[in-house]
Every structure is written in C-alpha cells, then in structure tokens.
Ligand binder design. Structure first.
Ligand code: CA
Length: 345
C-alpha cells in the first residue's frame, strides 16, 4: 500500500484537510504533529498541532490506540503518552498508531468537549472535512486512521461527571463471530469488568466508525471523576500492552500470562440507568459495586433551599450491579445518577 498522503489539500474526493508530515508505511518511529488548519484573529495562517506517533516494524497487524476523545478523561492520555516514549520498533512486529489527545483542544482544556466549537468528538463521526475542528478531527480519524487499523482501542474514563469501576467494553454485534472476537479483546485487556453495550455504540461514535469500516473497536471506562486514578492508570497501561500481545504485535509477557480475571457483564437499555427526578442536591444510598434490586431507592434529591420539602427518591428500574455513579453533588432533572450492569448469561 502506498503512503497515505495526508498532505493533500482535500481538493479531491472529500479527503481530509488535516496535513501531516507522517508516513504510515515507513518502518521506524515517528513522533510528530498533525496540522489542522485554523485561521483565527491571533494566527492567520496557523494550525492546531495534534500529536501523533507511528511505531512500525515490518509486516503485521495494526493497533490504533487513541485517548483524549473526551479531554477530561485522563488515564488513557497518560498511558498513550508513556507508550509513545517507551515503545520502540524493535519491541514489535507490525504497527502501532498512537493518537494521545484526539480532541486536542478539549484535552488541553481538560474538558469533555472542545472549547473552540463545543464539539463532543464522540458524537461527531463520521465528521466533516469542511466542519469546525472537532468535526475535522473525527473525519480524519474515520477516513485516514481507522482504515489503517485492525483494532481501534479508544481509551475513555468517566470524565468530570461520572466514575466507573475500571472496565473494557464493546458494542453488541449481530454477527456472532464478530462478537466472539470483540469479547476476546475485552478479556485480553484485563480490566476488572468487561461489558457488552447491548445498545451498540451509536453511529456518531468511534464504535460507529469502526463498524462502518468492518474493524474491531475496544473501548474502556477506566475511572473518571476528572481525576487521575493510580489503579485505573495502571490498568490502562497494562491493558494497552496486553492488547498488543493479544494481537501478536508484541510477544506475550507475564502481563498476559498472569492476567487478572475479567467479570463479563452486559449494559442494556434505559432500565439500566437512573436519572435525577428533580433539580437539587443528590444524596446517594449506594456505592460502586453494590448489587441492587428493582425498585430499590438509589438515593434522594434533597432541597437545601427549602428544608420543609420532602426529599424526592430515585429508584433502580431493575436488578444489577452499580457500575457507574455521578460525581458532582448538585443535579438537574435528567442528569445520569447511576448505571447498572448485569452478569452475562
Ligand atoms: Ca468518554
């Protein structure tokens, strides 16, 4: 395959407008920046410089490891940044493409969405070459990077508003062979929980991008709360290594041989989620990992501004395990308070 010409100006065939001095077919290690043209008052001919690395050694499978899809999800960003510094071509067979801060403006702001265009990268696929920066980035990932990859590893955490039991996840597939391959990736990652999102992943996400290209996509929810967890960062780093070993890019190490067991679960539709029934201050009654029953009170909304008012409860719509909880105490009606997972039957 010829080198992908990412320096094309996009004048033909709807190609990307993002340029880059990078050759995805060259052996060796390249650490550089993509150039997203961004003409603004303070910089007429400037660009947004988005870091990217390619580490390649001969023929073999390709892993695309990305993080910073949501800028306030940090464990993956640390794992991919360290991977770029530590991984050398001699360590692998095949290719690893690393995009450590996918929505770069969001990552630099420590925000879920981009401060430039309010774009939530994982709701913009397949993107738009003529869109604002977030849409241009998703267009680049979908049209240039995803086609190069066999596996897309998109490292998320709960972000500022949610906290997860560290998990790896895949979208459900109607194709049983594909589901089996996806579940192998989930187990290979080695997080405490691995789950299948029964609702799929949505066509505006990196899951949708991978499905359109017939590629395997593994996601994670490594922690969250807008912080960097010690344990969840370790899980992120080890998980990326294990995926490389699972794909045959790196030799199996003790990490894979002594892999902790993953609890396989499902996350289904609306009845897995609990939402705030009123605006106020939410008092949770359960914590992460708690097994709950249908109808059980998840917590109550307290009205500090009107102490005469009876608190309003929120209930779990079904049995399950608390996999994810809201972080900030103040809530508005419709905020997600918890979501559940159920053991895979
Ligand atoms: Ca996320």
């Amino acid at each position: 395959m010829a080198a992908i010409n990412t320096t094309a100006n996009g004048g033909m065939g709807g190609g990307t407008r993002i340029a880059g001095d990078i050759d995805f077919e060259a052996d060796g290690k390249q650490v550089t920046w993509l150039k997203l043209p961004f003409s603004v008052h303070r910089s007429a001919y400037g660009h947004i410089a988005i870091p990217i690395a390619v580490i390649k050694n001969g023929k073999g499978p390709t892993l695309l490891a990305m993080s910073g899809n949501h800028g306030d999800e940090y464990e993956g960003q640390i794992a991919t940044t360290k991977l770029i510094r530590s991984l050398e071509p001699k360590d692998i067979k095949g290719r690893v493409i690393v995009l450590p801060a996918a929505n770069f403006p969001a990552a630099m702001a420590g925000m879920r969405t981009s401060p430039i265009d309010d774009g939530n990268l994982n709701r913009t696929f397949p993107g738009n070459r003529d869109g604002t920066p977030t849409w241009m980035i998703s267009h680049y990932i979908e049209s240039v990077l995803v086609p190069l990859a066999d596996v897309i590893l998109d490292l998320h955490s709960g972000g500022s508003s949610l906290l997860y039991i560290p998990s790896a996840l895949v979208g459900v597939s109607r194709d049983k062979k594909r589901t089996a391959k996806l579940l192998e990736l989930v187990e290979a990652f080695g997080a405490p929980v691995g789950y299948v999102n029964l609702g799929g992943g949505g066509d505006r996400t990196s899951t949708g991008a991978a499905e359109r290209a017939g590629k395997l996509r593994l996601g994670t929810e490594l922690g969250g709360a807008g912080m960097v967890g010690v344990e969840s960062t370790r899980i992120a780093e080890e998980g990326v290594r294990r995926i490389m070993e699972h794909m045959g890019i790196a030799k199996p190490s003790a990490l894979t041989q002594k892999k902790p067991k993953t609890r396989l679960m499902d996350v289904g539709g609306d009845d897995y989620y609990v939402y705030a029934p009123e605006a106020g201050l939410f008092e949770p009654y359960v914590d992460l990992g708690t097994m709950v029953k249908k109808g059980q009170v998840a917590g109550v909304v307290q009205f500090v501004d009107n102490p005469k008012r009876e608190p309003v409860p929120a209930h779990f719509p079904r049995d399950g395990m608390v996999l994810c909880k809201r972080v900030p105490g103040r809530v508005e009606r419709g905020d997600c308070l918890f979501h559940l997972a159920t053991d895979r039957s």
